[in-house]
Design a protein around this ligand. Sequence first.
Ligand code: BES
Ligand code: MN
Ligand code: ZN
Length: 474
Amino acid sequence: METTVKTPLETKSNLFVLGFFENNETTEVQKELNLKYPFLEKLNGNFEGKFNETLAFPLENGVMAVIIGLGKKEEFNSDKLRQSIASGVNAANKYIKNGTISIELPENSCVKSVILGAYMANYRFDKYKTEKENKIETLEILTKETGLEEKIKEASIIGNAMNYTKDMVFESAEIMTPSKAAEIAYELSKKYGLEIKVLDKEELKKQNFNAFLAVGQGSVEPPKFIHLTYKSKNPKKKAALIGKGITFDSGGLDIKPASSMLTMKTDMTGCATVLGVLKAICELKPEIELHVLSALCENMPSGSSYKVGDVIVSKSGKTIEVDNTDAEGRLTLADALTYADELNVDEVIDIATLTGAVITALGSNITGIMGNNQAQIDEFKETALKSGELVWQLPIFDDMIDNLKSDIADMKNTGSKGAGSSVAGRFLQNYTKSEKWLHIDIAGTAYTDKSYKEIQKGATGVMVRSLINYLNKN
Ligand code: BES
Ligand code: MN
Ligand code: ZN
């Protein structure tokens, strides 16, 4: 989607999305547009401006108006703006075939929310559809404000990064194999001139990624470990970002029931997220050093699968008794965290579709976060809320390690029932030496079976914009 800026006098658009608050006050832009296409009269008595109310009617010569209610002016904020723009775009897509729409920028509001709302509503994963649904090609921001270019560019970069992540997540596991994800990483490195390392099975063995290798050993798809580095001239901070990269999670020998396996092609959302974030960072070019890591493999049952009762000597040297082959994500992340210890970074963040328990705790719209550094957790939480994404901290107590006691090894990979997300977090904490480590559990929020506000069903691109904003701050 292209984005341009036009005034009412300049625009040649065929469809206008115009916002009205409850008091029906008309804006300068609307008054000017009204000279061209008299429409204000048609509104009288037909539209209250209630939040999320929409009204569509033809102007002249096939030009359409889609009116969206913005609610009470004093209750308006950027979250509501994003949501109203999304409903405006959804409505517009009913009337226009792959063309240009013009969206009025409500006065004193943020153009970034308008663009993100439009990007989110306009996303389709339609490569396998013979008949494509309508999709807006050009977005025109209708305003008399000037100097919006930088903000528009930034929001478009973020919107495109979210779409990039969603495309990867939506793709079938048959296509989105560890090798394919590694190819995508190579493409990124080429496009943006990044340093890249891809470790294959032999190299992984040499470097003792035994917990990671155990998870992947039941699959015919070879595992890949990717490490991409973005480095600006004078980095003000150094961070490592790790994404869980299970390209399909059948559960392994502890196989999942059919209904739980249905969406398990999305178990690489962490990887897709960190690659999307990296892409945006390469375009925004902040003064940071960013290492993006993912341990990619499939968790499959077969004659060569890892088994319950196996004892693995992880990369860190700590031994793990396999209690459940379906708790695979934490095994791959453990070795990735150990690898990150060598990178000499100020902070480590991992993002993973890690536990079903986070859905029990927080549902499908709130992401669980936890870690070992309260300042980092607070900072991320604040950034996420400002970015319009809901997060909530779950506790990690040292004592939780007792849950993971093994009779024959240093620990097991699962504990007793209850507090599953925190226990998984506690497990991970054992594998990082970083004193600033944040863990983000997106098992509940990465993928949704129904649309909610501006979030379309399917892959959500959750946390892409929060992570970009977090890293792009300084
Ligand atoms: N990938 C799953 C977690 C998941 C569940 C992601 C639902 C998305 C939606 C993870 O590997 C897993 O299977 N976790 C187990 C852990 C258990 C065996 C301790 C779970 O949550 O059931
Ligand atoms: Mn699993
Ligand atoms: Zn998994």
